[in-house]
Design a protein around this ligand. Structure first.
Ligand SMILES: Cc1ncc(COP(=O)(O)O)c(C=O)c1O
Length: 379
């Protein structure tokens, strides 16, 4: 017999039935009036959730597609500085190289991010045309807390700012226009709580002017998308049914209140860090760079990250995940994206505490549960 598991992975997330059911709607002509309305509505709602006046291009592709679109359209022949705080930073750098940029990476040890001063000094030395970073690197759970200042420094030096915000949009403070982000990549399946398969890029006026005339991609040629978007269409067949679902997911966030949705992520993450510390799990990331949407921990001596993960899945049907790349065996990661009922948070904390206790770890389960229970007063 199969049973539904609870997803606490860093996306995709559990999606409400009313959103899932939208994608069971009959298909429509993607060159017809009904589609035009749907597509305009989705673009409008993405803009509203992100409170941006910039252009939104919706892609039928996962988040990697949106990041690749940034690379394909802004890399050719340019100098790019990438702030690298994890696996997704490395991928961004790789994509920019593949599409012809000369890339310099500024990195730090895993679980941290380079200092802003170091990044600025490298900018002054390298004089990049493009500064690229991942706002929330999902692989170690590192949040670039100085993102706003970094954007300001890059803009002051005339660089285009490209941001992979795939695991942050909807789940963290993000002010595309005010911060001066020229091109941003986001996706449907994380903090926006929709099914996977759609992503989007948000382009400032300057970015639109500076789109490479020699985009090295057919599918991700953003000029072409902008031309079609002006008449409410996409150059290639869009995932129509996913657009229905995405629209409903965005509607739910707007009804909930965007700022409230974002603060919910922050408060809940803070509570879970405290709860897990009471269970003797240690946050992997330095406090100032800790993510609000994907939380990473090292396990206490005697319990491996793999063991903890397997027990939660096998005994409780709770899915958390391990590290990526070099961190695979070292950390567990818990995705806290989208709305998570208190019932599920309590189950996560209780189950984790019970598994650790069974392995002989000293846990303060009562305090841990209290940390998440206290949230109800605010959420
Ligand atoms: C920061 C970041 N960028 C890019 C991606 C790639 O997104 P996708 O898996 O949707 O292609 C992810 C996925 O986890 C991510 O967290």
């Amino acid at each position: 017999m199969s049973w539904k598991k609870k997803l606490f992975i860093p996306g995709p997330v559990d999606v409400e039935e009313e959103v899932l059911l939208e994608s069971a709607k009959p298909l429509i002509n993607h060159r017809g009036e009904e589609f035009h309305e749907l597509f305009e509505d989705v673009k409008r709602k993405v803009k509203e959730v992100l409170s941006t006046k910039n252009e939104v291009v919706v892609l039928t592709a996962s988040g990697t597609g949106a990041v690749e679109a940034l690379a394909a359209n802004f890399a050719p022949g340019r100098r790019a500085l990438v702030v690298n705080a994890g696996e997704f930073g490395s991928r961004f750098a790789e994509a920019l190289r593949v599409y012809g940029a000369e890339v310099v990476e500024v990195s730090a040890e895993l679980g941290s991010a380079p200092d802003l001063e170091t990044v600025v000094a490298r900018m002054d030395a390298f004089k990049p045309d493009v500064v690229a970073f991942v706002y929330n690197d999902t692989s170690p759970g590192v949040r670039l807390s100085y993102a706003q200042e970094l954007c300001r420094e890059a803009k002051a030096r005339g660089a285009l700012v490209l941001v992979d915000a795939v695991s942050a949009v909807g789940g963290d403070e993000l002010h595309v226009d005010a911060w001066g982000i020229d091109a941003l990549a986001g996706a449907s399946q994380k903090c926006l709580e929709a099914p996977p398969g759609l992503s989007f890029v948000v382009l400032s006026e300057e970015a639109r002017e500076k789109l490479s005339k020699e985009a090295k991609s057919v599918y991700f040629d953003l000029r072409r998308y902008l031309e079609y978007s002006a008449r409410s269409e996409t150059p290639f067949t869009p995932a129509v049914t996913l657009l229905y679902a995405f629209r409903r997911a965005l509607e739910r966030i707007l009804a909930f209140g965007v700022q409230k949705w974002v603060s919910m992520h922050a408060e809940r993450a803070a509570a879970l860090y405290r709860a897990f510390e009471a269970l003797n799990l240690t946050p992997f990331v330095r406090e100032e760079f800790r993510s609000r949407t994907v939380l990473s921990f090292t396990t206490p001596a005697g319990v491996s990250a793999v063991e903890l993960r397997r027990s939660l899945s096998g005994k409780f049907g709770i899915e958390i995940t391990g590290g990526l790349g070099k961190l695979r065996e070292r950390i567990v990661r818990v995705g806290l994206m989208g709305y998570v009922p208190l019932r599920d948070l309590v189950a996560l904390v209780a189950a984790t505490g019970l598994v650790l206790k069974e392995r002989g770890v000293r846990v303060d389960l009562e305090r841990a549960l209290d940390e998440v229970y206290k949230l109800t007063a605010r959420l």
